[in-house]
Every structure is written in C-alpha cells, then in structure tokens.
Design a protein around this ligand. Structure first.
Ligand SMILES: [Zn+2]
Ligand SMILES: [Zn+2]
Length: 188
C-alpha cells in the first residue's frame, strides 16, 4: 500500500543554453507528488502519516519554494549574486524567514539565505525528481515521485528499501536506537 502527499512550489529558473523560450528566466508553479510504499503499519492502520511525509520532504522542498534555481555554469549566477550582495540581501534578510535547512548533494546546493539553489544539471522536471529523490531516499521509503511544471511532467518509480521500523503508536520512522522521536516508544 502507499501513502501519497502533494506539494506545490513556486520557483524561477531557465534552461541555460537551450534553444527556445526557456532560455529566458521565467517562473512556474510546480506540483510534486511523493508516494511512500510499505506494508500497512498495524498499530496506526497507515503506511506512513502524510503529515510526517510532508514535514520531512518540506525541509528539502522549502529550499525551492520562492527560490531561483540556476545551473552552476550559468553566467546569470554571478550576476545575481552581485546584485544581491550590493543590495545587502545575499546573506539573508530579517523578512526572509520561510527557509528550509541548507543542503548540499552531488546534484544541488541550497543557499536559503539568498533563496537560491544551484544545480549541476539543468533543472527540468526530470532533473528535479533526481535531486529530490537523492536527498530523501534515506529518510522515506519512496516508490514514486511525479513532478509537473507548466506543460512538462515526469515521473519515476524507485525500488523501495523496506525494513524501516515504524512506531506502532505514531507510524513514523524509529531512529537508529529504535526509539520514536515523537512519542518515545522503544522497540522491544
Ligand atoms: Zn521552465
Ligand atoms: Zn511514536
């Protein structure tokens, strides 16, 4: 069985070097669906609580929301950094509060203070799925991610690595010591 959660993200990007309109900076509302697969946890009669999927995934996804996503070799990047620096907003601003924790992976680096994500590859819908799966695969038993942005959509299925112990009282993953981080339940 699956637990399914959907997010929407407002972001700006461009396809650097692409021969079409998308080489110009533009924005989207992207819709991402994350599916988590496992047996039904008998204690809570759920696969995984969707609000907990949301909490875990949003830590990563928040970095893309109201953010600019640029490829690492895009010449717009130093230009934007220069303007933000001159304006004094490169390293944050008191009103820039809806930030996720910074992340760095082989595919992308988030700079929440500047609401910027720098990617290794062009951030197409396919590219976004690869980035997000890589950042969440050890935290959630993800079997599918779908991402839709404008007329573009992609989805990818993944082999689930079962064996994540879940709390029979809350349904969320137990930590390495076999303890529920929410209610303190301890695996016997
Ligand atoms: Zn686009
Ligand atoms: Zn619990």
């Amino acid at each position: 069985m699956k637990s399914i959660t959907t997010f929407d993200l407002q972001y700006a990007h461009r396809f650097y070097g692409f021969k079409g309109e998308a080489q110009y900076l533009h924005g989207h509302t992207g819709i991402m669906t994350i599916e988590v697969e496992d047996t039904v946890n008998e204690g809570v009669n759920m696969v995984f609580p969707c609000n907990e999927i949301r909490k875990t995934a949003w830590e990563v996804l928040q970095n893309f929301d109201h953010a600019l996503v640029l490829r690492e070799d895009d010449p717009l990047l130093p230009a934007i950094l220069g303007v933000y620096k001159e304006q004094g907003i490169l390293n944050g601003h008191p009103q820039n509060t809806m930030k996720g924790p910074a992340f760095k992976s082989a595919l992308a680096t988030a700079y929440p203070d500047a609401r910027l994500v720098v990617t290794k590859e062009t951030m197409t819908v396919e590219g976004m799925i690869k980035i997000v799966y890589d950042l969440l695969k050890d935290k959630l038993n993800i079997c599918k991610i779908k991402f839709t942005s404008g007329v573009n959509a992609a989805e990818m299925e993944f082999d689930t690595h079962t064996g994540i112990d879940r709390c029979p009282l809350c349904g969320i993953s137990l930590n390495e010591e076999g303890v529920c981080p929410k209610c303190g339940y301890r695996k016997k």
